[in-house]
Design a protein around this ligand. Structure first.
Ligand SMILES: [Zn+2]
Length: 244
């Protein structure tokens, strides 16, 4: 199992970069996790778009879905060029029916429902979900193979249930959108200290921080995480391959 950060920013991307997104690969199956602003551009550095097998969307904020439309156009253009691809499954929750409906487009992409109640099979992965605390309905995700597990918090403020959900994961990819002075004051997001505490309490083997703020010195967020977690912790680095 291999996971590659495609973008690391929360809200909107820095120049020539992308909002928080990850490409997960196992046994030749490629799954994109979230598809916000800049993701379609960045992704092409690591995978031809036609090799994408699935997309999973955590929630319908723009920094997680902004490039879905362009992804759908890329499939439609292939179709017009006489190189049709099979419909791409895009997994998302149905708590927001209008946005869920937009995941299906002209038989190029098909929206498939996910929920916190159900573990589903996506390619070689068993995937389960946990509701987070965010201004809109949002799902954290756990991708498991027989040997390994990767948990992504998606967007959330401190959510106690994530401790059990992330228990003993090989990699925890946690959002860490806040500097410490804003922790507890900005709804829907965590600071580095909370991400570190989650990694510690869940006993994960590795912590990767993402959904980072564009202002300030993001190294401070990593340092705040390391106060609480003494395992391997780093800021997500675009293009780096994390292999299990
Ligand atoms: Zn969000």
């Amino acid at each position: 199992m291999k996971i590659v950060p495609i973008g690391i920013w929360g809200g909107y991307p820095k120049a020539n970069s992308a909002t928080s997104s990850f490409l997960l690969e196992h046994e030749g199956f490629h799954c994109l996790i979230d598809c916000g602003s800049g993701v379609l551009s960045s992704l092409q550095n690591y995978l031809p778009l036609e090799k994408l097998d699935a997309v999973v969307i955590s929630h319908y904020h723009a920094d997680h879905i902004a490039d879905i439309g362009s992804l759908q156009y890329s499939r439609l253009i292939n179709y017009y060029l006489g190189k049709p691809l099979k419909p791409l499954p895009i997994y998302g929750h149905q708590e927001d029916p209008e946005n869920f409906g937009k995941l299906s487009y002209k038989e190029q992409t098909i929206g498939i429902p996910i929920s916190k109640e159900e573990t589903i099979q996506i390619g070689p992965f068993d995937v389960s979900f946990c509701e987070t605390k965010h201004p809109v309905y949002c799902l954290a995700m756990k991708f498991q193979t027989t040997d390994h597990s990767i948990v992504l918090t998606a967007d959330t403020e401190w959510q106690e249930e994530l401790v059990e959900f992330a228990r003993d994961a090989d990699i925890l990819i946690s959002e860490a959108n806040l500097y410490e002075e804003h922790v507890g004051k900005a709804p829907g997001h965590m600071g580095g200290s909370e991400a570190g505490n989650l990694a510690h309490l869940a006993n994960v083997k590795q912590l990767i921080l993402t959904h980072l703020p564009l202002h300030g010195n993001i190294e401070e967020i990593l340092q705040a995480a390391k106060v609480h977690y003494d395992g391997s912790a780093e800021l997500a680095e675009v293009g780096k391959e994390y292999v299990l």
